[in-house]
Ligand binder design. Structure first.
Ligand SMILES: [Zn+2]
Length: 140
């Protein structure tokens, strides 16, 4: 399963970053996944659950934000979303067409290939216990 290796590297990058802080709890990790990566959301959530077991990330929420595909045409300069083949014959997954929707020319992919962590919602160890009841929170 491709998703497992992708999620493992995302998680190890997150753990790397978190090792700089005294993290007591991680509420959520938000990742941006481009629609061109062909990564399954369900498979990624499942992989996340497995990969984070026994780490500080265990039990945290894995939020996936989709990045839509944006193409830029080399011939006519048109920039915009990809045309999608949503014929019922293709099932539930629409197939993006990597050609200019205006002139059919060759395109470069501007957006849609991202696979990265956008933010984390963590709670740090309290530095001063006398101030209020709220634990300090940090958002990246
Ligand atoms: Zn074009």
């Amino acid at each position: 399963m491709h998703e497992v290796s992708v999620v493992s590297s995302l998680v190890s990058a997150v753990l790397d970053e978190l090792s700089k802080y005294k993290v007591t709890k991680v509420n959520s990790v938000t990742a941006v996944i481009g629609d061109l990566t062909n990564l399954g959301e369900e498979q990624m959530s499942f992989a996340y659950e497995i990969v984070t077991r026994g780490t500080v990330l265990e039990g945290s929420e894995f939020i996936i934000e989709h990045e839509p595909i944006v193409l830029s045409c080399k011939s006519c300069g048109h920039t915009g979303p990809a045309k999608v083949l949503s014929d019922p014959g293709f099932g539930e997954h629409p197939i993006p067409v990597l050609a200019c929707p205006e002139c059919g020319g060759p395109v470069t992919v501007v957006k849609g290939q991202t696979c990265a962590v956008r933010s984390m919602d963590i709670e740090e160890e309290e530095r001063c216990s006398s101030t209020g009841t709220r634990r300090p929170r940090r958002r990246f």
